[in-house]
Ligand binder design. Structure first.
Ligand SMILES: [Zn+2]
Length: 414
């Protein structure tokens, strides 16, 4: 319908293919044709078109198995490295970034590229002044493929890695076995800004209107010196700033107010604990009612959770045993940010007044986990058969949507 109404849509390009060979042929055809297209495309989506197969194919933790993207070959170009600067990230990692003579790759002008770390520079033997082959891997992030060594004139300069943080000047450290130099000063301005940006980002607290540029600006103005400052912004002063009006300040205020009531996994993500992304944050939130409870978890106990190994467990433990972090949590809480959530409320009680007995080996999980799922859904799990057991306990997986249960979410529940 959108196509008929004149919107740009891939309606004309959609093709039903019979068998994978035809799919591959069609993808390759478009890889050739992409340059003749009026706008940039970076791949195609291949989908199973029989809806009845969707359930059988299932889903992984982040994508359905009945749809997959085919990415076109990355585009490449050669250009020269003018200079190398060093950026400090949220976790203190120092990343070398090469400034390039601007070059167009697949419709986008690339003027800088990450050189990842010191080992990468050594391995590729990259120098300032070098001509390099750059590609946009996945057509998004630029990457140095190699140095065109034949083009060297002899005046290229080696890249000197700094010994001190470019933001706060504290000495950089590189723990044995790691490849990244880090600034370990927790109050390092560059890191503080990155942490605030991350806290407000879409994956974390999702505060619209508090994007990277605004955070940097507020930081420079002294409005934002820490994460809790987000909830103490001087709106009257912000109204006076260029680019801000009554309306946009109202919107910002509302977005910030709303963020106080996000599910706690978003808050955990936003804390920026090293190695804890949104998936691990969800896992943690499933096992607690309040974020503060994590203070009492030992490394061993954290390690019993799914997909949390020693390094991650240790990092979480360390975070919750750092006074400054606990202080920040208290501050957030006193400013109205919810650190607890009611678990029961979120579950549909679809098994109310039904009782279940699990016997033998289950396909999905242990009997304990199955009992837990039933209980979370409002049912009763008993240990022996009685007249009260519900005789028909057969239902489709799709009816068993419990966001809080990893066993169900993994899609292999029967
Ligand atoms: Zn620093």
């Amino acid at each position: 319908m959108l196509y008929e109404l004149g919107f740009r849509s891939p309606f004309k390009e959609i093709k039903v293919c019979r068998g994978i060979d035809e799919v591959i042929q069609y993808c390759e055809e478009w890889q050739e044709k992409r340059d003749s297209y009026p706008y940039e495309i970076d791949g195609m989506v291949v989908k199973v078109n029989d809806i009845s197969l969707y359930d059988r194919l299932g889903v992984t933790s982040h994508h359905p198995r009945w749809a997959i993207a085919f990415k076109f070959k990355a585009r490449q170009a050669t250009t020269r490295i003018i200079n190398v600067v060093f950026q400090v990230g949220r976790t203190g990692a120092v990343t070398p970034v090469a400034k390039l003579e601007p070059v167009e790759i697949g419709g986008v002008t690339v003027s800088s590229v990450s050189l990842i770390n010191e080992d990468f520079i050594k391995e590729k033997d990259i120098k300032i002044g070098d001509l390099v082959l750059v590609e946009r891997a996945g057509d998004v992030i630029p990457y140095v493929v190699k140095v065109i060594t034949e083009a060297r004139k002899g005046d290229e300069k080696p890249i000197q890695f700094p010994k001190n943080c470019p933001s706060c000047s504290s000495p950089l450290v590189k723990p044995p076995g790691e490849v990244v130099w880090r600034c370990i000063n927790i109050n390092c301005p560059a890191q503080v800004v990155e942490r605030i940006i991350y806290f407000a980002s879409k994956d974390a607290m999702d505060i619209r209107g508090l994007g990277e540029a605004i955070v940097r600006r507020f930081y420079r103005l002294g409005f934002l010196k820490s994460i809790p400052d987000i909830y103490r912004l001087p709106y009257e002063k912000i109204k006076q700033l260029e680019g801000f009006g009554e309306k946009s300040v109202e919107n910002l205020k509302k977005a910030i107010e709303d963020s106080k009531h996000r599910p706690i996994h978003r808050l955990i993500t936003g804390l920026g604990i090293r190695y804890v992304g949104k998936v691990t944050a969800k896992t943690l939130s499933e096992h607690i009612n309040c974020v503060e409870e994590l203070k009492d978890w030992s490394v061993e106990r954290l390690g019993t959770l799914p997909d949390i190994g020693y390094v991650v467990a240790k990092s979480i433990y360390d975070f919750f045993h750092n006074e400054q972090n606990i202080e920040m949590l208290h501050e957030l809480k006193s400013l109205g940010v919810e650190t607890c959530e009611e678990k029961e409320k979120k579950v549909e009680h679809i098994l109310d007044s039904k009782s279940f007995v699990f016997t033998g080996t289950l396909h999905c999980c242990s009997r304990e986990v199955a009992q837990e799922i039933v209980e979370r859904l409002g049912g009763k799990a008993t240990s022996s058969v009685s007249r009260k057991n519900n005789p028909s306990c057969c239902w489709r997986k799709s009816q068993l949507k419990v966001e809080k249960s990893p066993a169900v979410r993994s899609g292999n529940h029967r």
